[in-house]
Structure formats: C-alpha cells, structure tokens
Design a protein around this ligand. Structure first.
Ligand code: NDP
Length: 329
C-alpha cells in the first residue's frame, strides 16, 4: 500500500460544509486498532444526506464519509482480527463521527467489524450494504414476532429503493407473498422480477390515514414513516406487526393508538447503527443463506468514487433503483 490514498473529505467553515475527493495519508485517519484496505463501499440514503449536507449527519470535521465498507485487514492490534481477514463495517457512527468508507484506507475500532461470512465476496457484501442488512434486521423482527410465510402477505414500502429491493428479494426467497408499494410505475416489472406478487402505487398510502382500515397484511416493512407508515399500521391484520426503519417520507408518525389497542398490532423500531454485534452477525449470516445472490445483479449498480456525489444527490430524490456499490480499490 502506498503512503497516500484517495478519499472524500468533508470539511466545514463559516460558509458551511464542503466535500472534495482528495489525497490523504494514514495520519489523516482517526484512532482505531484495525486498518482496512477498502475494496467496496456503497451509497446509502444517509450517505446522500452526509455528502449533500441536507441533514446534519456529519458531526465531526474533517471527516471521510461513507457509512459502510468491506475490505481486507492490513494491520491489526485487535485480537479478533489479523492481516488478510475480510471484514464488513456497518454504522457505529462511521461516516458520521468517525471517518468511513469513501476512502481507499479506513482505520476503525475492531469491535465494530464483523468477519465477512463465508461464501460471499466483499463486492456482494456492499451490494447488500447497510440498506440490505437493515432489511434483514426488519425480517428478523417480523420472524421473532412469530410471522411465517403461512401467516399471510407482507407489505414493503419504498419498494424500489435499497432496503425495499433487498427485503422483497429475501422475503420472496423465504416463501412469503410480498406486496410492493412504490411511487415509480416504471419499476413494476423490476419489482416483480425481485419476487413481488403484487405492486401498489404509493399514492394509496400518502393521504392522512384512517384510524383503522381494512385488515390486509400480516406484516409490514416500512422505510417511509409519515402518512405511509400510518396507513400501513391501519391495514395490519389482528396481531400482526410492522418493522419501521426509515423516514424517506417523514420523521412524523400521524397515527392513533387504535391499531395497537384494538388489533394488538406491534410496531418494531429497527436501528442498524448501534445494533449489537451478535445481532449483526446473525443478520449477515442469514443474508448469506437466504438471499438469492443472482438477484443482486438485478438490484445493484457499480460506480466509481468519482460518481459518488451525483448518486448521493439522486438517492435523496428517490430516483436510485435498488443499491449502488462503489468500487474503491
Ligand atoms: P433509498 O433512497 O434507496 O429508498 C427509499 C425509497 O423510499 C425510495 O426509493 C422510494 O421508493 C421511497 N420514497 C421516497 N420518498 C418517499 C415518500 N415521500 N413517500 C413514500 N416513499 C418514499 O433509501 P434506502 O432504502 O437505503 O433507505 C430507506 C430509508 O431507510 C431511509 O430513510 C434511510 O435513512 C433508512 N434507513 C435506516 C436505517 C436504520 O438503521 N434505521 C438503515 C438504513 C436505511 P419508491 O420509489 O419505490 O416509492
């Protein structure tokens, strides 16, 4: 490895936040006991917010953005990892308060890393990325609630996005009937190719929700929040559950207690950033086992580091289909 490497760096002065692709040295990295040659990263919704400064995601400057990466350990003072190990990093404040994955080299706390599950490559891991790992956390929450493929339909919102695309692929592989909610009529064929049995226009979920609506779905995975989540909750069957992970529509949740106290509906909050390592390992192992990796080619695109800013803008406008993996080195 040469002494210098390429990375995006976000700086802040009185004019605000700026981002540039630049050349750094290892002394520009933050503290950590494991150094990783980053092979792939990905553009997640939160990366879009960080790169564009549309929300105060980055809270330490200067900082290398990129909330996830996969690569090979080059140096380690952590007993769990040795040079040559393949690893994955998701969250733990990386790309927010600790320098992250839009860089040829990363240095992090080894306690944040998990070993790459056998059978998958670093590229596949980032094609799944934080969005796909979060989709699996949502599926695990529904399973822990007792939902099985025999229980009934599962509704997935933001279906053509990253979380939605991976959730549909895995759920359909597990034998669930998945109903996809999308705002993009041109993505119907894509969603059916991932395994959706039905596609519904999201305008049916965007108006103010009734307290209780017709019971239609045993479970839901929601990336939108706002009226969308309120409508999903109002349509969940008695005893069903929703896993909520996102705010693509809104941080608000204009609902009532009716679905909870009259239908026993459960709402599970899903956080990927600080999820315990055991949960992460379980999610990644299940991804390795349950995702049809041939579908990853359908739902992911590869870009270069230079293309990250344009994709960061696009993901916030809801125009990116599936996942975008970034080839780093
Ligand atoms: P994407 O941008 O890939 O997908 C989001 C999708 O949401 C869009 O593609 C669109 O799908 C849908 N959408 C966009 N705007 C609206 C709207 N106004 N109303 C309803 N639906 C809308 O993002 P990701 O899938 O990567 O992430 C989705 C959400 O999950 C984000 O809010 C992200 O921050 C959050 N997230 C949270 C995590 C956690 O730890 N809790 C981890 C990962 C992500 P379509 O065009 O099909 O309608």
């Amino acid at each position: 490895m040469s002494n210098t490497f390429r990375a995006y760096q976000i700086t802040k002065d009185e004019d605000g936040q700026k981002v540039a692709l630049t050349t750094l040295t290892e002394s520009d990295l933050m503290d950590g006991d494991v150094t990783v040659k980053v092979e792939y990263s990905a553009v997640n919704y939160k990366d879009g917010l960080a790169m564009t400064a549309k929300a105060p995601v980055v809270r330490r400057f200067p900082l290398i953005p990129g909330i996830d990466f996969a690569g090979t350990v080059t140096a380690s003072e952590n007993s769990e990892f040795s040079a040559g190990d393949k690893v994955i990093l998701n969250g733990f404040g990386v790309g927010e308060v600790h320098s992250g994955g839009f860089s040829e080299v990363a240095r992090v706390d080894g306690n944040w890393l998990i070993p790459l599950p056998s059978g998958i490559t670093t590229r596949q891991a980032m094609a799944v990325g934080t969005a796909g790992y979060t989709a699996m956390l949502c599926i695990l929450a529904l399973e822990n609630h007792g939902i099985t493929p025999e229980s009934g339909n599962i509704l997935v919102t933001g279906a053509a996005g990253g979380v939605g695309s991976v959730a549909i692929s895995i759920l359909s592989e597990l034998g669930y009937d998945v109903v996809a909610v999308t705002g993009r009529s041109n993505e119907h064929d894509y969603l059916v190719s991932l395994g959706a049995v039905k596609v519904i226009d999201r305008e049916h979920f965007s108006k103010k929700a009734r307290m209780l609506d017709k019971e239609q779905w045993v479970g839901g995975i929601d990336v939108a929040g706002g009226n969308t989540l309120a409508n999903v909750l109002s349509q969940i069957k008695y005893g069903g559950a929703v896993a909520a992970c996102g705010l693509a529509e809104s941080m608000e949740l204009p609902t009532s207690v009716a679905p909870f106290i009259l239908r026993g509906v459960a709402l599970y909050g899903i956080d990927s950033v600080m999820a315990p390592v055991a949960k992460r390992k379980q999610a990644w192992q299940r991804i390795a086992e349950d995702l049809d990796f041939s579908k990853l080619d359908t739902l992911s695109n590869e870009i270069t580091l230079e293309e990250v800013p344009a994709v960061a803008e696009a993901i916030l406008s809801g125009t990116i289909r599936g996942r975008t993996v970034v080839k780093i080195s």
